[in-house]
Design a protein around this ligand. Structure first.
Ligand SMILES: *Cc1c(COP(=O)(O)O)cnc(C)c1O
Length: 459
């Protein structure tokens, strides 16, 4: 089998779900009713849903089987101990706190440790991470390497944090920095990996300045596989061994099990510090649930435990990373500007480069997202000025980039779905001149991209 070059889905399909075909007029109406915000669409009206890879994966037969093993005891459930042991074996962290998803872990950590005016450095904060820092009246400071800000530039570890800039922050604002975070892979920066060498550099700085180091570990397995493929001297190790080393360099992590937990819901907060753990557990009891379930059912804990074992299997990761590369290669060959190289969970279209006629404050990303839905029933998401351009003081400016993320759910779509998506994107790119911008007619203060309503700007 090693002689053949076609990489196949490392599973066979046991259960299927029909998807609904719609007519263009129906999609036009659906989009209008949704205020031109695809978050507000009925998912049923979407043909291929690439809005997110979060919680949208297919569980394995083993995970479905594990659901029936769920122990729904309120306190001390057997499923909690199985979950805890899997997380401990993988991460090595002393304390494991289940949460209903990643942002709950973020909120509990940040609400427990942040004081107004503090600074949290990260390569790039994810949207919920940033919001949970800013809601505590603190600064979320993005310090990704300069290469990570240039969409067309190829670099093997574009998610790396700029160690010089991090040291500057620690020197100048050190007393206001409660911890250093690094997001693996860097979702906001294009699903780009962080190297082991970079993580070791962060560890050294954290030791020198006496700061705890936390991973935003949502896609730790994809990151580990990139390290295996791209970092010198790592090719012979298993993804799991690499992941274990990544975690060993940190003092704790926040995790959304909806990503590399291969589950539909769940997350956790894990760390070594006893004092922080106590404060976090107290808040957990107030808002999430008892420490042995943290807002999850016993069966969710079982599904996550099994998912964390499956996600580091090499055939899965090889297929996973390759299927994203495959879509990226088709788009590059057709001349569509994308963030390069392909990320671990998604392809990011460079909407700013695709639509030079649409200024950032007319949201080129939204224009592309809406066109993909209208033309092909494909749903992506804007990662740009709508998501990151609003400031806590009510002002607005262009986001660092205007991207459209096409996130691939895990183990859900086949190669022909991906071929179809490529065809739709290329079709939209060919009509780029016809696309117009949007303006916001209604938006909340935090995380406005989820619920804002838009109007097309007239030509
Ligand atoms: C999804 C995600 C989160 C938040 O997790 P949820 O489970 O959606 O709350 C945090 N950080 C990153 C990098 C993510 O991708």
């Amino acid at each position: 089998m090693e002689h053949f070059k076609t990489i196949i889905e490392p599973f066979r399909v046991k259960s299927v779900e029909a998807i609904k075909f719609t007519r263009r007029e129906e999609r036009e109406q659906a989009l209008r009713e949704a205020g031109y915000n695809v978050f507000r669409l009925h998912a049923e009206d979407v043909l291929v849903d690439l809005l997110t890879d979060s919680g949208t994966g297919a569980m394995s037969a083993a995970q479905w089987g594990a659901l029936m093993q769920g122990d729904e005891s309120y306190a001390g459930s057997r499923s909690y101990y199985r979950f805890r042991d899997v997380v401990k074996e993988l991460t090595g962290f002393k304390h494991v706190i289940p949460t209903h998803q990643g942002r709950a872990a973020e909120r509990i950590l940040f609400h427990s440790i942040l004081e107004p005016g503090m600074v949290v450095p990260n390569n790039n904060h994810f949207d919920t991470t940033r919001a949970n820092v800013e809601v505590e009246r603190c600064e979320a400071r993005d310090l990704v390497i300069p290469e990570g800000r240039v969409p067309a530039l190829e670099h093997p570890f574009k998610g790396n944090i700029d160690l010089t800039a991090l040291e500057e922050t620690l020197q100048k604002d050190g007393e206001r920095v409660p911890l250093v975070m690094v997001t693996v892979t860097n979702n906001t920066g294009g699903g780009q990996p962080v190297s082991l060498e970079n993580l070791r550099g962060v560890r050294r700085l954290c030791d020198r300045y006496n700061k705890p180091f936390f991973l935003d570990a949502c896609r730790f397995a994809e990151n580990a596989y990139f390290i295996k493929r791209r970092e010198a001297g790592q090719g012979h190790r298993t993804p799991k061994q690499i992941a274990q080393e990544m975690f060993s360099l940190a003092d704790g992590c926040t995790m959304s099990a909806k990503k590399d937990g291969l589950a539909n819901i769940g997350g956790f907060l894990a760390m070594n510090d006893d004092g922080w753990t106590e404060s976090c557990r107290n808040l957990l009891i107030l808002t999430e649930g008892f420490p042995t379930y943290g807002g999850l059912a016993g069966y969710d804990l079982e599904a996550i435990a099994r998912g964390l074992e499956e996600v580091v299997e090499e055939p899965y990761l090889r297929y996973r990373i390759r299927s994203i590369e495959y879509l990226a290669e088709k788009l590059v060959a057709a001349g569509v500007p994308i963030l390069r190289p392909a990320g671990g969970h998604a392809v990011y279209l460079d909407a700013r480069a695709l639509l030079p006629q649409v200024p950032p404050l007319q949201y080129p990303g939204i224009a592309v997202v809406n066109a993909l839905y209208l033309e092909g029933g494909v749903r992506g998401v804007e990662i740009g000025t709508v998501m990151f351009g609003a400031h806590p003081d009510g002002t607005e400016s262009a986001g660092p980039m205007d991207l459209v993320r096409l996130a691939i759910p895990r183990r859900v779509y086949t190669q022909s779905h991906v071929d179809f998506v490529a065809e739709v994107v290329i079709h939209v790119a060919e009509r780029r001149q016809e696309l117009r911008g949007y303006r916001i007619v209604e938006a909340p203060k935090f995380l406005r991209h989820f619920t804002a309503r838009f109007q097309p700007v007239s030509a």
